[in-house]
Design a binder for this molecule. Structure first.
Ligand SMILES: Cc1cc2nc3c(=O)[nH]c(=O)nc-3n(C[C@H](O)[C@H](O)[C@H](O)COP(=O)(O)OP(=O)(O)OC[C@H]3O[C@@H](n4cnc5c(N)ncnc54)[C@H](O)[C@@H]3O)c2cc1C
Length: 490
């Protein structure tokens, strides 16, 4: 075999790509030759789009601990900007709130990649900034490198034993994968949410924990203001906030049709901000830690992760692998778990001299077993929640959500919704008055158990994949036809 330029080229140096680079370095003890190619200037690593490092910035302490335990990287200030104690979720009428306890942090997404580039460099990775990866190179049925264009207009081309696509939610490398593989290339537009937010310094006009708390992330469920999505107020300090929302495009179109309105993502965000009674007298911070990152919209995939994430000489990770959690679009934790696991598997594959689909398969298995197994069930729950009205959410949060359900979601499990079961006679009246809702919730529970079981039986080698995927699709297809989109909102 002719010697390749690198062992691994990682396209995209964002959250997922940079953690993967550090993990390969850690697990190969610095012996792997890794190049990270990113389209940004070196002074602006990890920038997602021209609008900045657009994100809600929140992640769990649990995922940061996983990173520290597995590759010895412990983030601190300034990349972690603010600690929180949990998340409050409010019903549309704001009369019910549910606390999901669990420590977390608000990242500074602009500063974090600077630290992450340092970490990756220390573990042996090289960088090419200002370079857009455009096309994968292949020989026969194997990826052998990547070509693209630098910001000065010249082209680049590198051969490698494998290429990792970490280019985020707009990945074209995956879409135009030039070899036969089991990786799904296209995502259904309804499985992508449009999201956007502001980062603001402000003067609180009063105290009202329903609308801002320095210690808790706040999520507002409201099918009118965030159709088929949700809105958030995340604290970045006592007087600093990340405020925004996410919507499904078709949900927004249905809501506009129903009310004869013409809102778009930005007008909804502006209205949500204007309606907040606490966040007043605000400015977009202009210091180095925030400039260029205070207003922006972008997209997040919210289906289960790609059923297969490897091919011969190729892997996907992060948003390009559709990893964000379907019910809340949280993609930082999955990038941490995914990047850490992929880095370990790649180091082992290089050591074994086998970066084929089979040689990289363990990444599929370990990601599914560690973080990915509940994602299909969350996809079903998300689809269901997109069909319920504000009144149903108000009712469901008040009467059907128990402490056990809350704990289950905190533990990344599907809630049981036992309050919506007829076996509980004290609930009969309530169940009967909202029978479709109770039935819908119970149906997601039944589906969830089946889907988790299927996912925990993910095949140990590519051989069993076809059969396994058929089982998964059979289970999922029923929910697609059952959960018909409603004209949501009150
Ligand atoms: C508004 C919004 C709010 C969100 N809120 C949260 C939240 O609160 N918590 C949470 O956990 N998740 C949240 N997410 C999701 C989270 O931000 C993403 O899941 C995460 O950033 C994914 O990381 P990534 O590395 O896969 O992709 P990205 O962060 O998008 O990084 C991709 C990198 O690749 C570069 N790149 C792209 N194409 C190319 C190319 N062809 N060649 C070279 N380089 C390329 C990009 O410039 C970038 O540097 C939110 C997302 C949005 C949009």
């Amino acid at each position: 075999m002719p010697k390749s330029d690198y062992d691994v080229v990682i396209a995209g140096g964002g959250m997922a790509g940079l953690i993967t680079a550090a993990s390969i370095g850690y697990n190969s003890k610095g012996s792997a030759r890794v190049l990270v190619v990113d389209r940004n200037k070196e002074s602006e690593p990890g920038r997602k789009t021209n609008n900045g490092w657009t994100c809600g910035d929140a992640t769990s302490k649990r995922s940061l601990d996983y990173l520290a335990d597995h590759i010895g990287i412990r983030y601190g200030a300034p990349e972690l900007e603010h600690p929180v104690k949990g998340v409050y979720v409010y019903s549309p009428d704001r009369k019910s709130k549910v606390l999901f306890e669990g420590e977390g942090y608000l990242f500074n997404r602009k500063l974090a990649p600077r630290r992450q580039v340092d970490d990756a460099r220390k573990s042996g990775a090289e960088f090419l900034f200002g370079a857009t990866a455009e096309r994968l190179l292949s020989e026969g049925d194997k990826i052998t490198g990547v070509t693209g264009r630098k910001s000065d207009g010249t082209s680049f081309s590198f051969t490698a034993k494998m290429v990792i696509d970490a280019t985020g939610s707009s990945s074209t490398l995956r879409r135009f994968l030039p070899i036969p593989s089991m990786i799904e290339k296209e995502i259904d537009p309804d499985d992508v949410v449009g999201t956007g937010r502001y980062i603001l310094d402000f003067e609180p006009s009063k105290e009202d924990p329903t609308f801002f708390s320095p210690d808790y992330c706040i999520i507002h469920l409201d099918q009118f203001i965030a159709p088929a999505g949700y809105a958030w107020v995340f604290p970045k300090g006592k007087k600093k906030v990340n405020i925004g929302l996410g919507v499904s495009h078709s949900g927004l179109a249905r809501r506009n049709r129903r009310f004869g309105l013409n809102d778009n993502l930005q007008s909804l965000i502006d209205k949500y901000l204007a309606d907040n009674p606490v966040i007043k007298n605000y400015t977009q911070p202009a210091d180095d830690a925030n400039s260029g990152n205070t207003k922006g919209n972008w997209q997040v995939p919210v289906r289960r992760h790609n059923d297969c994430m490897v091919a011969n000489g190729f892997a996907v990770v992060g948003d390009s692998a559709w990893m964000p959690r379907p019910i809340d679009a949280g993609g930082i934790s999955p990038s941490i778990y995914g990047g850490t696991i992929l880095g370990k598997v790649v180091a082992e594959a290089l050591e074994a001299g086998d970066t084929s689909e089979a040689g990289l398969w363990k990444y599929n298995v370990e990601y599914m077993g560690t973080h990915g197994y509940p994602m299909a069930s969350f996809e079903v729950l998300r689809r269901y929640l997109q069909t319920v009205t504000n009144d149903q959410i108000n009712y469901g949060m008040k009467h059907f959500l128990s402490e056990e359900d809350v704990l289950a979601i905190t533990e990344r499990k599907h809630p049981e919704f036992n309050q919506a079961r007829f076996m509980n006679p004290t609930m009969w009246f309530r169940i009967l008055s909202q029978l479709p809702l109770a039935r819908g919730l119970r149906y997601t529970v039944k589906k969830s158990a089946a889907l988790v079981e299927i996912n925990l039986g993910y095949p140990e080698s590519p051989k069993g994949f076809g059969e396994w995927q058929k089982r998964l699709e059979r289970e999922l297809s029923e929910t697609v036809s059952k959960f018909k989109p409603l004209d949501v909102a009150n």
